[in-house]
Write a protein that binds this ligand. Structure first.
Ligand code: CAA
Length: 380
């Protein structure tokens, strides 16, 4: 067993760390405050190859492995989880979904632009009445021979107002249950496709989250992904990889909070010494470091499973469940270590605490991860 990163991994880590420090950090507090989508930064991340990290270079991607992807996600998320969720959805839901299950024409038309950051992608599964219960899709896609007509509402869609390409899951034949669901590529600006209100969120406020409305949206048949009825499995398979990205995001948020806390505890004095010299603080740092190290191993294991071609449904669910718990618990501790300063925006930890919460909710709540894990455990 080898726990070392390769030369290539260390290089991408350095590039992502440098970008996060020099480009993401300067405006992160303002973007959070104004709920500002980082358009220019997304373009720059595209130029660095971060928008299509695992995509084959023949489709414009960086051709790297899933370990590289989680390394980039961790580094970006240490500084700006709003930017990193845009990267995560684009990479592991939209680009992966198209590369693994799309046909050649779809890859040429859409993947080549998504992988370079020229286009931004969104993944539209959740609905007002179908969040966790994803088979209960109310959005319909009526088969009209050479095209489908989509009607319905999608909720909480990351990059919803800014994307160019939307992967939309909808019910074609309700009698067939999950086997009657399909996935479609819908382009921005298609007639009847309306971008609804932007959500005013607790965290990841720099990412652009919207409700979307589909009113008699005509989608050509060639925009269906995979065979008829493949949409639910498409969503599940894609989300398994997505969960690796969100686990890495949670890991980054926790690590960012830990690093700020360590630095602060070596500078701040109380009772005649730096606060890190008090066991009350030192033990918190020890717990943080231990739990974050464990989370990192789980995130890496899930990415390694993907790279090896192993099934990663369980390892991705476990990594997300654990890393998001660590992120939530230890960002709260980071605020505590910072005391009054932790409660004001300049010190960054209150934002990391707010950002941590969504990692326990999106791409499947912690309870959904437990469903996936327990089913795997019981199957043996
Ligand atoms: N890979 C392949 N197939 C899978 C699969 C997987 N990982 N998981 C399930 N399936 C298949 C099953 O084998 C089954 O097929 P068969 O009947 O042919 O055997 C079919 O899918 C239905 O599976 P289940 O019976 O297990 O379905 P269920 O209704 O019990 O639901 C669930 C399972 C795990 C709870 C699922 O509904 C789920 O994951 N829900 C959460 C949805 C979610 O994560 N939403 C996030 C939205 S996206 C987002 O957040 C993006 C963003 O913007 C950040």
């Amino acid at each position: 067993m080898n726990f070392s990163l390769t030369e290539e991994h260390l290089m991408i880590q350095e590039a992502a760390r440098d970008f996060a420090q020099t480009a993401l950090l300067p405006g992160v507090i303002e973007r959070d405050h104004k709920q500002e989508f980082p358009d220019e930064l997304v373009k720059k991340m595209g130029a660095l190859g971060f928008m299509g990290i695992m995509v084959d270079p023949k489709y414009g991607g960086s051709g790297m492995d899933a370990i590289s992807y989680v390394i980039v996600m961790e580094e970006l998320s240490k500084i700006d989880a709003s930017a990193s969720v845009i990267v995560s959805v684009n990479n592991s839901l939209v680009c992966y979904g198209l590369e693994a299950f799309g046909n050649e024409a779809q890859k040429q038309k859409y993947l080549t632009k998504l992988a370079t950051g020229e286009f931004v992608g969104a993944f539209c599964l959740s609905e007002p009445e179908a969040g966790s219960d994803a088979t209960s899709q109310a959005t319909t896609a009526e088969d009209k021979g050479d095209h489908y007509v989509i009607n319905g509402t999608k909720n909480w869609i990351t990059s919803g107002g800014r994307a160019d390409v939307y992967l939309v899951i909808a019910q074609t034949d309700r009698a067939k249950g999950h086997r009657g669901i399909n996935a479609f590529i819908v382009e921005k600006g298609t007639a009847g496709f309306h971008i609804g209100p932007k959500e005013d969120k607790l965290g990841i406020r720099g990412s652009d989250t919207h409700t979307l409305q589909f009113n008699d949206v005509i989608v050509p048949k060639e925009n269906r992904i995979g065979a008829d009825g493949f949409g639910f499995k498409f969503a599940m398979k894609t989300l398994s990889g997505g969960r690796i990205g969100i686990a890495a995001q949670a890991l980054g948020i926790a690590t960012g909070a830990y690093e700020l806390s360590l630095k602060y505890s070596k500078e701040r004095k109380a009772f005649g010494t730096e606060i890190c010299n008090h066991q009350a603080i030192a033990f918190k740092l020890a717990d943080m470091y231990t739990d974050i190290s464990a989370a990192r191993m789980m995130v890496m294991k899930a990415a390694w499973d993907k790279d090896q071609g192993n099934n990663y449904d369980m390892s991705s669910a476990m990594a997300k469940l654990y890393a998001s718990k660590v992120a939530m618990e230890h960002t709260v501790e980071a605020v505590q270590i910072h005391g009054g300063n932790g409660f004001v925006k300049d010190y960054h930890v209150e934002r990391l605490m707010r950002d941590a919460k969504i990692t326990q909710i999106y791409e499947g709540t912690s309870e959904i991860q437990k469903i996936v894990i327990s089913r795997g455990v019981l199957k043996g």
